[in-house]
Design a binder for this molecule. Structure first.
Ligand code: DCP
Ligand code: MG
Length: 476
């Protein structure tokens, strides 16, 4: 039997683990830390709708649609009773009501969902220090090595579900696997209120019959191109081998091949370690073509680098977020060999990440560049070009705003922009995509960084709110 986990935060046996070990478990390759990881992906069932049904007994057992009731209203969540009629998230409400005229439409209560989300995440954190939120109602939990304390992976999953049910009167579904993307696929296989386990060693068996679209990063276009060649399942795709896939799809092909082999090296990065800085723009007109996209990335990488310098930080992890005209959002991330605060390094990484995105035939409404795995920039950086500037700690022109580090070209460039506006000393190629309508917000977040290396959301993915429950669009 699994040992029950203490409820008092701070007294959990997990808290005894040293910070170093926690971080090491999060960032070191699996081979160095432990033989097989055990990752749970927990996703609340019909989250908004279930909260409404819990809080209003009259709704129980009835088809419920949470969302805007007006002519242009959209379904945010559909209860499982409503799904039997074909109702889904992201459908126009009028369409959903045509499918199920007797459905009850309920206006969303976001503050309540955020509160329940907090409660649920507090429960998750009692089971592991490594909890990475993906959106308001789902998270990865790395419970590797906790068998002795908490029981088998299946028992841990059941204990999480029991705690959620008892403390919130809601149900969730859990996927168990050795890697993140498989755990996420698994949690969706037995919904609602179910558990799906992919035991270590059974990954290929599980993946082989799945449609290629199940792999994160295989968008509709890729799926179509593969289908034209008779490749429909993950097994078909694996048989092609890495070189054929790379020759067809470049870096994206190599990425898909690795997933088809069940390889996904990404660690569960706990939210508190995942402070990130990012900059994203939504464009008034969709951006088409790699060159135009790169100009957007250069602009964003520059603004992120400025922010890093202003805060005296460097970053080891770069992520790219991109959303197409159909609201399909994809994210990619990579780890650099050393921490950087230089816009060229961040831009270069973002461009490499872009190579693994299917850009052909798509137009994009949003791009974003972000950094995570931040460290203090205490050591001087390599460039000595501005040694002669002399005014250590002060920007040219006397600005004393950012904590400038000597010898840093990026620091000087950033300080000039800080003082004279963002267009000053802006990389030439970056300007032209910065058009009216772009939001250009720098966000500085704790929790829910782009956790997915690649994603392939269903029709309801793109609008799913982020962890902070601000109605924003979460990462899937
Ligand atoms: N959401 C939204 N708009 C979308 C998709 C989701 O506002 N297009 C909100 C409402 C959902 C919540 O996010 O309840 C969680 O999204 P999920 O994709 O996890 O969907 P549900 O929890 O509703 O159902 P499931 O049981 O399939 O997880
Ligand atoms: Mg859910």
């Amino acid at each position: 039997m699994p040992v029950s986990v203490p409820h008092v935060r701070g007294l959990s046996p997990w808290r005894c683990e040293s910070r170093e070990l926690t971080v090491a478990r999060a960032i070191l390759p699996r081979s160095l830390m432990e033989a097989a990881r055990v990752i749970l992906h927990v996703d609340m069932d019909a989250f908004f709708a279930s909260v409404e049904m819990r809080d209003d007994p009259r709704l129980q057992g009835r088809p419920v649609l949470v969302g805007g009731a007006g002519r242009r209203g959209v379904v945010a969540a559909a209860s499982y009773e409503a799904r039997k009629f074909g109702c889904r998230s992201a459908q126009p409400m009028v369409h959903a009501l045509r499918l199920c005229p007797e459905a009850v439409v309920v206006a969303p209560r976001h503050a309540t969902y955020v509160e329940v989300s907090r409660q649920v995440f507090d429960i998750f954190e009692r089971f592991s220090p490594l909890v990475e939120g993906l959106s308001i109602d789902e998270a990865f939990l790395d419970v590797s090595g906790s068998e002795r304390l908490l029981g088998t992976p299946r028992q841990i999953a059941d204990a999480v579900r029991k705690a959620v049910r008892e403390e919130t009167a809601l149900t969730c579904s859990v996927g168990i696997a050795s890697v993140k993307f498989l755990a996420k696929i698994a949690s969706g296989m037995n919904k609602p209120d179910g558990v799906t386990e992919i035991p270590a060693g059974k990954e290929l068996e599980f993946l082989t019959p799945l449609p290629v679209g199940a792999l994160w990063g295989a968008g509709p276009k890729t799926e179509e191109r593969l289908a034209q060649r008779g490749i429909r399942t993950v097994g078909d795709l694996r048989r092609l081998g890495p070189s054929t896939l790379t020759s067809w799809f470049g870096a994206q092909g190599a990425h898909l091949y690795r997933l088809s082999e069940g390889i996904d090296e990404r660690a569960v990065i706990p939210d508190r370690e995942a402070k990130s800085i990012s900059n994203e723009d939504t464009y008034a007109h969709d951006v088409v073509g790699v060159e135009a996209l790169k100009r957007c990335l250069l602009s964003q990488a520059t603004r992120v680098a400025d922010r890093l310098v202003a805060e005296g930080l460097r970053a080891r992890c770069v992520h790219l977020k991109i959303r197409d005209g159909r609201f399909v959002t994809e994210t990619r991330q990579c780890t650099l060999p050393e921490a950087v605060d230089d816009h060229r390094a961040i831009y270069g990484a973002a461009c490499r990440l872009l190579e693994s995105v299917e850009t052909e035939g798509r137009s994009f409404r949003l791009t974003g560049v972000g950094v995570a795995a931040l460290e203090e920039a205490s050591a001087p950086v390599q460039l000595g070009l501005f040694d002669a500037v002399g005014s250590r700690g002060r920007a040219p022109g006397g600005a004393a705003a950012a904590p400038l580090r000597k010898d840093s070209l990026q620091a000087v460039l950033s300080a000039v922009r800080e003082r004279f506006g963002h267009q000053a000393l802006f990389p030439g190629a970056a300007g032209s995509e910065r058009r009216g309508g772009a939001t250009g917000a720098i966000s500085h977040t704790r929790g829910a960084p782009p956790a997915e290396q690649a994603e392939n959301p269903g029709p309801d993915g793109p609008r799913k709110p982020g962890r902070r429950g601000d109605g924003g669009e979460g990462h899937r």
